[in-house]
Design a protein around this ligand. Structure first.
Ligand code: UT7
Length: 320
């Protein structure tokens, strides 16, 4: 039994913040941001908009494309670092919003920018085991809530959004393999250093801290290795991949991975310029963009790969 992507969806909040807007807020320039990251603009939630709001819109679009109703879904997994509440999980809130029948399972996954790949890997294993048949897998983030808008090192990088897929049990090949990894020794390079049980009094005033240069170096090396691992596992050559759908953190990291695959940038889905780094939402947002504009077609081989805080990293090889 395989799990196959039956539909994709995404949603971006309407408010847009351009590099020129940021020039008025911190000591930066449009040229620096484009040159060092490839980012031109990012979408940001309104005051009352939440991660679950974004997730709901992306989920409804994916369900519509898949031709599935709430009655069909028996598992909801939301990858997020920015949940609405401490609990219940965003997945449970979403299950209620979508009027998906109670009794199926629903839970969140926290692997920061690799969250969607983790969620996809978990969903795939649930379907392969035969326990579930139709899974809603979502990456949704409101990173703007954990960004320090006075810190030029980080505020220019992140954006909000959501992407979703509906996975269904199928006898036809779909997800061919997933590869999930973590190394907690790198925890201090990228973090928000407060939480519910550590320094809770600082939670509202503690934001993303990143040693950007160190993260960059490990990301490039690690993503190269996971490409090799994924191809070797499936006994495929680099030339067998039709589309690379990478985590959208920095155009320079994406280009380095494409170079490793000897892949023309024409076969790499790049949305970082339009969305910034939307963490767990970035891969499904990029996937849905390229599915809806007709670039990605049924039967093509896709390599999804992500890297993020933890560090966590992972990949999924998919026959679409
Ligand atoms: O998604 C999870 C994983 N995250 C990533 O993969 C992000 C990985 N890291 C990166 O993408 C890059 O390291 C950054 C985009 C964060 C930074 O680019 P960089 O080329 O590594 O720059 P840098 O950190 O070496 O900084 C170069 C200079 C510094 O000035 P000095 O110390 O050389 O005088 C920074 O203070 O650029 C300065 N700088 C800025 N200048 C203008 C940092 N941010 C800005 C800014 N505008 N926004």
């Amino acid at each position: 039994m395989f799990s196959r992507i039956a539909g994709t969806g995404s949603y971006l909040p309407s408010k847009v913040v351009t590099n020129h807007d940021l020039e008025k807020m911190v000591d930066t320039s449009n040229e620096w941001i484009i040159d060092r990251t490839g980012i031109k603009k990012r979408h940001i939630v309104g005051d009352n908009e939440t991660t679950c709001d974004l997730a709901e819109k992306a989920a409804r679009a994916a369900m519509e494309m898949a031709g599935k109703t709430a009655q069909d879904i028996d598992l909801v997994i939301v990858a997020t670092t920015t949940p609405d509440l401490v609990f219940p999980s965003t997945a449970c809130l979403l299950q209620r919003r979508l009027e998906i029948k109670g009794g199926g399972a629903a839970f969140d996954v926290q692997a920061v920018c690799t969250g969607f790949v983790y969620a996809l890997g978990i969903a795939d294993k649930f379907i392969q085991s035969g326990s579930h048949r139709c899974v809603l897998v979502i990456g949704a983030e409101t990173m703007s809530r954990i960004v320090d808008w006075t810190d030029r090192n980080t505020c220019v990088l992140f954006g909000d959004g959501a992407g979703a897929v509906v996975l269904e049990a199928s006898e036809e090949a779909g997800i061919l393999s997933t590869h999930l990894h973590a190394d907690g020794h790198y925890a201090d390079l990228l973090k928000v250093d407060a939480g519910i049980s550590k320094q809770p009094e600082l939670l509202a005033s503690t934001f993303i801290e990143m040693r950007g240069n160190d993260v960059f170096r490990v990301a490039v090396k690690t993503l190269g290795r996971i490409v090799d691992e994924t191809l070797a596992h499936n006994q495929l050559e680099k030339s067998d991949i039709n589309w690379l759908v990478p985590h959208q953190a920095n155009i320079r990291i994406i280009k380095a991975t494409a170079k490793k695959l000897k892949m023309s940038m024409d076969h790499v889905v790049v949305t970082v310029g339009e969305h910034g780094n939307t963490s767990g939402a970035s891969i499904p947002l990029a996937l849905d963009t390229a599915v809806r504009d007709g670039r990605i077609k049924r039967g093509e081989i896709l390599l999804l790969e992500g890297f993020g805080g933890g560090f966590t990293w992972g990949s999924a090889l998919i026959k679409f």
